[in-house]
Design a protein around this ligand. Structure first.
Ligand SMILES: Nc1ncnc2c1ncn2[C@@H]1O[C@H](COP(=O)(O)OP(=O)(O)OP(=O)(O)O)[C@@H](O)[C@H]1O
Ligand SMILES: [Mg+2]
Length: 299
């Protein structure tokens, strides 16, 4: 199986003209993320949310976590989601994974309605959640066992990922023998083993120190370019969001709605130091910070 590569889409999406803003999450064609060209080609977005709402009703409270959320993510795009704590970012990822059902609206993966857990996604959580009694390689291969992938294929793919993420030499180490960054790399390999066309990441680097986080950011940028997978990344770090993404979705406090979608306008290959010094990077981070600052002062 090969990963969908939509380089033409990617190259067109990433304009070099600087930051452009779409508010609130829609293009002139009415939907965020699909250009008129895509619509004309009839190509389905990798991920599509249409007027989605999520309400949680418990005996103590009634919470509207998301309201009126519409977003289209073309294949191969990297979208980062930022917003205040409790605004529904994890809820949004769970909807896409089919782990939660929308109270209103539709969620589509490659044009198909999501109505249960989806095998064609990879999910990386904030904590690596590795099994302590399994080596790094066997933690990665857990994905293959759950999916009953052919052994040889799974092992070959695991070796490829171990190499790609710089884990070579540590494949037989147990989680307690690995650093936090290495554990997170194992979790990333596990999520990528079955070559999911869509990768969901929920604050995957939140627990890492600043330097390891930068290194993981650079690796994720390279892996995304090499695999061509579509990524939805939730993060609390504005610079991480802008460094990694084609577009950054900024959400409002609960009930979470999309305040604005920022087109970062940086090329796909991003040298860390050079990217952080670019005016597009500074413009986007400043704008997002202002949006989030405005949101928190409304609290
Ligand atoms: N299973 C659930 N049952 C009831 N309420 C829930 C459930 N899951 C989430 N919520 C509520 O929905 C809202 C959004 O939660 P969510 O976890 O999506 O926020 P978040 O943006 O990911 O926050 P954080 O940045 O702190 O991780 C919160 O008010 C939370 O209490
Ligand atoms: Mg969360």
């Amino acid at each position: 199986m090969t990963m969908p590569r939509e380089s033409t889409l990617r190259e067109r999406d990433v304009s070099r003209s600087g930051v452009s803003k779409t508010s609130p999450g829609r293009t002139s064609s009415g939907k965020a993320g699909l250009s008129k060209d895509d619509t004309a080609k009839g190509g389905a977005a990798a991920v599509s949310l249409n007027d989605v709402a999520v309400r949680f009703r418990t005996k103590d409270r009634d919470v509207t976590a998301l309201r009126d959320v519409s977003l289209d993510v073309p294949m191969g795009e990297f979208v980062a989601i930022v917003g205040p704590s409790g605004c529904g970012k994890s809820t949004l990822l769970k909807l896409v994974a089919g782990l939660l059902k929308a109270s209103a609206g539709d969620v589509l993966l490659h044009g198909e309605r999501v109505d249960g857990p989806r095998p064609d996604i990879g999910y990386v959580f904030q904590r690596a959640a590795l099994l302590e009694w399994r080596s790094a390689r066997r933690n990665i291969l857990l994905q293959a066992e759950m999916r009953r992938m052919p052994n040889d294929e799974a092992r070959a793919r695991a070796d490829e990922l171990i190499e790609m993420t710089g884990l070579g030499g540590f494949e037989d180490a147990y989680p307690h023998e690995l650093s936090g960054g290495m554990q997170q790399r194992v979790a990333l390999c596990r999520a990528l083993l079955h070559q999911p066309p869509v990768l969901l990441m929920d604050e995957p680097f939140g627990a890492l120190d600043a330097l390891t986080r930068e290194q993981m950011n650079m690796e994720l940028n390279r892996i995304w370019r090499e695999t061509g997978t579509t990524v939805l990344l939730v993060t609390h770090s504005i610079s991480e969001a802008v460094y990694l993404a084609n577009r950054v979705v900024v959400m409002s406090p609960r009930p979470g709605t999309i305040t604005e979608i920022i087109d970062v306008g940086l090329p796909p290959e991003r040298d860390y130091v050079e990217t952080l010094a670019r005016p597009e990077f500074r413009e986007a981070t400043t704008h997002i910070r202002e949006l989030l600052g405005a949101a928190s002062s409304e609290d």
